[in-house]
Ligand binder design. Structure first.
Ligand code: KOT
Length: 839
């Protein structure tokens, strides 16, 4: 046994440095110091934002040792790094999350309080980096969180958009887009690394030549050059020493550019060229799902991918790696096809710039890349007109032709004489206008292809990528999406997190499967009542927020029925509206009818060019105006559209929800991830058998899930035998009344024809089968209303939902990617001695 003195001597010396110390006193002093020396303010003149910035720097100081320690531990010869390439990272606000991951939430709260301020107000001050549209970008953010939590070496690569997703305002019921100036007050979480700048070429033409060794080679003479400057943001693991990096590229003009023009005396031209270059990372394309074949978009994709691949190769060579072994040090994941030009770019870098022979280069490329598909919607599959592609990336087009030539040779060998198959598999879509099919490039150039939920992965194999599956079945697997419990439970629902930890310990935060232990409390009256009280508190908070944002007063004791996600016809927000109108009609017909009071809450942005989606927003607001102000309703129904749905707002919404609307047409939603966030926070789901709903229901138990609607098979069958929405309209008086009201202007006084395009679409085509699913949805919603009356039973179902959501942690998803696709393992990060371990 050691003596006390020996034990004390063995303790590392702790220097309570103002930049690392975690005591409340040190935190207060550092906070005041940063306010003065970084913000240049004292308490007399400091704004809330100054205080936020001072705190952000105080926190950043405390993570730098982890960050530098991680870089040191990971930049080593035998380490395999996951490179996650994504056009979008929807990170959400950093401050609160970093406090949680550093394990200093409580100390900081106290330090801020003792400084006479309120931590929640400072956290609310942060403008979130909205560098994504929705599910795909948020998934990338959850995955970075889990990679760090699991101590997997990883870098997220993307674009540093100067303007992220637009801010949404509602005027007269319509969506209005406002530019998102998120960098306005500076970004304390990023560090520019101009020393790691890389060059990217665009346009021009190619030339053949014979090199010194007598080999046939190709030279690309670019039309212009852009430089990419990396901006790095740390991504902390939960209470460990890992701080991975999110590296976002900003496009700038090379210095030589304005120098030349300056020498010619063309100052204006020089500035113009600079602006032209900077355009590339100027703004995020605000389209979720449908692709837009704009040249600037392809430039963006190529720009960040080329920067990232050059960076990856540089890192690989820096640790003494050989290019032939790139796949031993690097796993590159393509987040949908947006970065799939990387396949051709890696081939070009290897063959043209690093002198690797074609076959070796192709092997390296396939072994390094893997591709995740996120959509089955045909209009979302990326394809670029050959003409546009060739003028921007002439060398890449040649490379793609060569890849295709060899690829189709292989196909021919395996399926002799099957010309139909060749045409279907070709990387080039033939026709009057030819296209490069990016999903085909990604599939041919990757060793692994995955969908994002079990159903979606099956449908991929059966439909969209069927020929690829028949060619290389071993490439395919499913990786059901997940979300991080750190942000989506701990940070957003602290009271629930506290109750859970008090009941079953805090192991669930790292191992979400442990939530199962909550099952034994499902019938416990005392636990149930605390569970309900927390939900009520969260609902009350949301009520207050709704009042502030919209002026609407809603009843926190009513059923909170919520649909938040991008507005899209396939997601069927308007099916939800059809039910609201149905309820309204019942109340008008029978004002004394007993119904469960409900608050319907919507949130979501529409792509600025998507007319129907914008009309759906107007519809929600128009129905809200009528329902909310009708005295006959007596407050039993309320409809709210909350403007500007984003990550920050999501954090308020999920904890307050009791019913989660996941009502897409079966076979259309690849996975969904909001569905998981709702369930974890104790909401019950009303949903179709679509995307991950199938697995959520499987886990929660079918008795704890409100299922309705056609299955994917039934949808196919109905469409195959000829779907006629008219039959449903004519055969269902309640439905017919609702449609007639929309058509005749009941909800658009003075503008009788306002919703005609919607009505026309529903009764003539109804691509997403709203009318076919209407009756089933209404009956299911009625069951929900009934079930809510038995609060004890409802609470039991709610607890069981949370308890059984362990599968949907992004930690589980990332473990599967690591084991099945990336071959990546955890790397221990050691900190310098004088840094305190996490609390
Ligand atoms: C956007 C453009 C092209 C291809 C796909 C998309 C896309 C797909 N954007 N978001 N998604 C969503 O991705 C989520 C994460 O996997 C899914 O949960 C969701 O169902 C997709 O719609």
């Amino acid at each position: 046994k050691k003596t006390a003195a020996a034990a004390a001597a063995a303790e590392p010396v702790q220097i309570e440095d103002d930049r690392t110390g975690l005591s409340v006193e040190t935190l207060k002093r550092a906070f005041a110091d940063n306010l003065f020396y970084i913000q240049g303010k004292n308490a007399d003149i400091a704004t809330l934002n100054d205080y936020y910035m001072a705190l952000a720097y105080t926190v950043r100081d405390r993570l730098l040792h982890r960050w530098l320690g991680t870089i040191k531990a990971q930049l080593k010869p035998k380490v395999k790094v996951v490179y996650y390439l994504s056009a979008e990272f929807l990170m959400g606000p950093h401050l609160g999350n970093n406090l949680i991951n550093l394990g200093i939430y409580d100390q900081v709260r106290q330090a801020i309080q003792e400084s006479g301020l309120n931590l929640d107000e400072l956290i609310a001050q942060e403008e979130e980096p909205g560098l994504g549209n929705g599910g795909l970008g948020r998934l990338a953010a959850c995955y970075l969180d889990s990679l760090a939590a699991l101590e997997i070496p990883a870098i997220g690569y993307g674009l540093r958009y100067e303007f992220g997703i637009f801010d949404q305002e509602i005027r007269d019921g319509w969506q209005v887009e406002i530019t998102d100036k998120w960098l306005r007050y500076g970004n304390p979480w990023e560090i520019a690394r101009p020393e790691a700048t890389v060059e990217v070429k665009l346009g021009g033409h190619t030339e053949a030549f014979v090199d010194g060794a007598g080999r046939y080679r190709v030279r690309w003479i670019p039309g212009r050059t852009i430089v990419g400057v990396p901006y790095d943001t740390p991504v902390l693991g939960f209470k460990n020493n890992t701080a991975n990096t999110l590296r976002l590229w900003k496009a700038e003009a090379p210095e030589s550019f304005d120098f030349q023009a300056f020498n010619l005396g063309d100052y204006y031209g020089a500035v113009n060229a600079k602006m032209y270059s900077e355009n590339i990372s100027k703004v995020l394309y605000p389209n979720d799902e449908p692709m837009q074949g704009r040249e600037l978009r392809l430039e963006q994709q190529f720009f960040f991918v080329s920067c990232s691949l050059q960076d990856i190769i540089r890192r690989h060579l820096y640790v003494g790696g050989k290019l032939e072994n790139l796949d031993k040090n690097a796993a590159i994941q393509l987040n949908d096809t947006h970065p799939s030009i990387g396949i051709a770019e890696l081939m070009r870098l290897l063959v043209d710039e690093h002198n690797v022979d074609w076959d070796t280069a192709w092997q390296i490329t396939q072994d390094t890349f893997a591709y995740t598909n996120h959509t089955l919607l045909p209009e979302a599959l990326e394809r670029w007109p050959l003409s546009l592609f060739g003028s921007l990336l002439p060398r890449h087009l040649e490379i793609i032709f060569e890849i295709n030539r060899r690829f189709l040779q292989e196909v021919s060998a395996k399926f002799p004489g099957d010309t139909g198959r060749l045409a279907r598999l070709s990387l080039i879509q033939e026709g009057p206008e030819k296209f490069v099919r990016m999903a085909h490039l990604a599939s041919a150039g990757s060793h692994a292809i995955n969908g994002v939920a079990a159903l979606h992965s099956e449908l991929l194999k059966r439909d969209v990528l069927r020929d690829f599956y028949e060619l290389s079945p071993e490439k395919f697997s499913n990786k059901t999406n997940g979300v991080t419990p750190r942000r989506w439970i701990m940070l957003s629902n602290p009271e629930l997190a506290f109750l859970i930890s008090e009941s079953i310990g805090d192991g669930w935060i790292k191992n979400l499967g442990e939530l199962r232990e909550l099952e034994r409390f499902a019938n416990d009256k005392e636990f149930q009542s605390r569970w309900r009280q927390i939900k009520l508190n969260n609902k009350t908070n949301l009520t207050e927020y709704i009042r502030k944002r919209t002026g609407l007063v809603v009843d926190p004791h009513s059923l909170f029925d919520i649909q938040v996600k991008r507005i899209h016809e396939y997601k069927r927000q308007h099916l939800n509206v059809l039910y609201i109108i149905t309820l309204y009609n019942r109340l008008k017909q029978n004002p004394e009818l007993e119904i469960t009071p409900r608050t319907f809450i919507f949130g979501g942005k529409a792509a600025p060019g998507y007319f129907m989606a914008k009309l759906i927003i107007k519809l929600i607001n128009s129905v809200a105006a009528v329902v909310n102000s009708d005295p006959d309703v007596r407050g039993r129904l309320k409809v709210v559209f909350l403007p500007d749905y984003n990550v920050t707002f999501g954090q308020r919404v999920y904890p307050a929800a009791e019913l989660s609307e996941q009502i897409s047409t079966a076979g259309k939603e690849a996975s969904g991830t909001g569905n998981m966030k709702f369930s974890m926070n104790g909401a019950l789901t009303i949903g179709t058998l679509d995307g991950a709903n199938v697995e959520i229901r499987e886990e929660a138990g079918e008795e704890n899930f409100f299922l309705f609607g056609l299955t994917t098979e039934e949808v196919y069958a109905l469409k195959a035998r000829g779907y006629n929405p008219w039959d449903y309209y004519n055969g269902n008086p309640a439905l017919r009344q609702v449609i007639d009201q929309l058509a005749s202007g009941v909800f658009s006084p003075g503008e009788a024809h306002l919703f005609e395009p919607l009505v026309d679409h529903l009764i003539h085509r109804d691509e997403y089968l709203l009318l076919a699913d209407y009756q089933s949805y209404v009956e299911c919603q009625d069951r929900v209303g009934e079930a809510y009356r038995d609060q004890e039973h409802w609470t039991r179902m709610s607890i069981l939902n949370s308890a059984r959501m362990g599968k949907f942690s992004s930690d589980r998803a990332i473990r599967e990617y690591c084991e099945d696709i990336w071959g990546a393992v955890a790397v221990d990060v050691a900190l310098e001695e004088y840094v305190q371990a996490t609390a």
